[in-house]
Write a protein that binds this ligand. Structure first.
Ligand code: ADP
Ligand code: DP6
Ligand code: CO
Length: 359
């Protein structure tokens, strides 16, 4: 290490992902091992994403982190677990221009400063923990010159937040639940890349950007403890749906894709209701959006739009193509005007071109 004071920094940006077959329930709370496989689609990095800068310097006397400009404690197990996993894999780093040489063993003593921003509501059911921890692990892996591939890194991100493992890839991604007790095979794999099904357009209707009352972590713990429907879902329902969903994605079969996506979102929220005490993530506006989309799909005779809701009231709407997305957006703006009494306050588009199409 050079004697003089220096700072070495890396900045990375990671998009969030939205599950179309949901993860809800852990079989191991510390390692974050799920009770079922899940499949998600990673959003366009231009829209909902986390930007994280990680810095290392001999002048830092402790690890510190700022989230959206406010310092947060790194004391919680999840941040420490990720940092520990990454430090143990760190390699030599040399920056000849700056005259910096960090040896593998130095990483155990050097401290980090981390600053992270989400460009979308945090802890509001839009998977901030997914983009957040994926970005943290990815930027630290770059800084410390890790040799692991994306799937191996996903197993580290998983220990920050389960859904984070899927944000290390674009396109459609599967988180394999794994069999090993140590979680080494509970990782994400890319099913298809972002080009495979690029007709799809994702529109996010932000029903409320308020922080949810029950975090995903607490909610799923209570479901595992009290919901019989969760047990049935994990053993009997999801394994079949995973096979069908993979097939639908491979074949660009929108009808099956939409049917599975909507059914899985509804079953996840049914599990929340089956939890004691029951958890309500959706609100009246969410329910009205579901009814609206169901009516539209039925009136056409085949699905045009799929909906899915994570642990919050915000709707993720997936249109089969741009034409439908334009129509969907116009209908949403008409029936759910922003800032009206519905409290629907904004739309985030998965494809910029729709903004122009929609005028
Ligand atoms: P969400 O639906 O937004 O994923 P969760 O309850 O799953 O909500 O997780 C929210 C938590 O994720 C936050 O309280 C914070 O601990 C963590 N988190 C969110 N964004 C980041 C980030 N950019 N970097 C690190 N951790 C983050
Ligand atoms: C409904 O990954 O946020 O979004 O692993 O406890 O951090 P922890 O939970 P988290 O849960 C996500 C739940 C979900 C479904 C999904 O993303 O698959
Ligand atoms: Co989350």
């Amino acid at each position: 290490m050079a004697a003089e004071k220096w700072v070495l920094m890396v900045t990375a940006q990671t998009p969030t992902n939205i599950a179309v077959i949901k993860y809800w329930g852990k079989r191991d709370e510390t390692l974050i091992l799920p009770v079922n496989d899940s499949i998600s689609v990673t959003l366009d990095p231009d829209h909902l994403c986390t930007t994280t800068t990680v810095a290392v310097s001999p002048s830092f006397d402790q690890d510190r982190m700022w989230l959206n400009g406010k310092e947060i404690s790194l004391g919680g197990g999840r941040y420490q677990n990720c940092l520990k996993e990454i430090r143990s894999r760190a390699c030599d780093v040399e920056d000849t221009e700056k005259g910096i040489k960090i040896e593998k063993k130095d990483w155990q003593k050097l401290h980090l400063h981390i600053a992270s921003f989400n460009n979308f509501p945090t802890a509001a059911g839009l998977a901030s923990s997914a983009a957040g921890f994926a970005c943290l692990v990815f930027s630290l892996a770059k800084l410390m010159n890790l040799k692991e591939n994306q799937s191996q890194l996903s197993a580290i991100a998983r220990q920050g937040s389960g859904s984070a493992c899927r944000s290390l890839f674009g396109g459609f991604v599967k988180w394999i639940l794994g069999k090993e007790g140590n979680g080494s095979d509970s990782l994400a794999v890319q099913l298809v890349d972002e080009e495979h099904w690029n007709d799809l357009v994702i529109i996010i209707a932000v029903v409320s950007s308020r922080q949810k009352e029950t975090s995903s972590t607490t909610g799923m713990r209570e479901s595992v403890e009290t919901s019989l429907l969760l047990q049935h879902r994990a053993k009997e329902v999801v394994p079949k749906r995973i096979v069908q969903m993979e097939e639908a994605i491979q074949n660009h079969d929108f009808s099956s894709f939409a049917q599975l996506t909507c059914a899985d979102s509804n079953q996840f929220h049914a599990v929340c209701l089956d939890t004691s005490p029951p958890i309500f993530y959706m609100n009246d506006t969410s329910h009205r959006i579901i009814s609206y989309v169901e009516r539209w799909n039925r009136s056409v005779g085949s699905p045009q739009v799929a909906y899915t809701f994570d642990a919050g009231p915000n709707a993720v709407l997936i249109a089969r193509n741009r034409k439908i997305a334009t129509e969907l957006l116009q209908r949403l703006l008409f029936f759910f005007p922003p800032n009206s009494e519905t409290d629907l306050n904004s739309y985030v588009l998965g494809d910029k071109s729709i903004l122009h199409d929609a005028g």
